[in-house]
Ligand binder design. Structure first.
Ligand SMILES: [Zn+2]
Length: 74
């Protein structure tokens, strides 16, 4: 088994490793390490992904997706 990593599977935006909604806890840790103190950069990156996710997932409430994608970066 190769390491498929904690990246979102699209268009359902689940983590193929954890089978949890992305960003899963390991993905959040990794993103936090990648951006370090640059919380604004991280927030902008997640905001761009939120925009894509809202377009690709018609089901979930955009406010819930905001909480899932962006709120944890604050
Ligand atoms: Zn994962």
């Amino acid at each position: 088994m190769g390491d498929i990593g904690h990246h979102p599977e699209r268009p359902n935006w689940d983590c193929p490793s954890c089978r949890q909604p992305w960003p899963c806890p390991p993905a959040r840790v990794k993103l936090g390490e990648t951006y370090g103190p640059d919380r604004i950069g991280l927030g902008m990156y997640m905001g761009a992904l939120l925009f894509a996710a809202v377009a690709e997932m018609p089901g979930p409430n955009p406010e819930d997706l905001y909480q899932r994608f962006v709120a944890w970066t604050r």
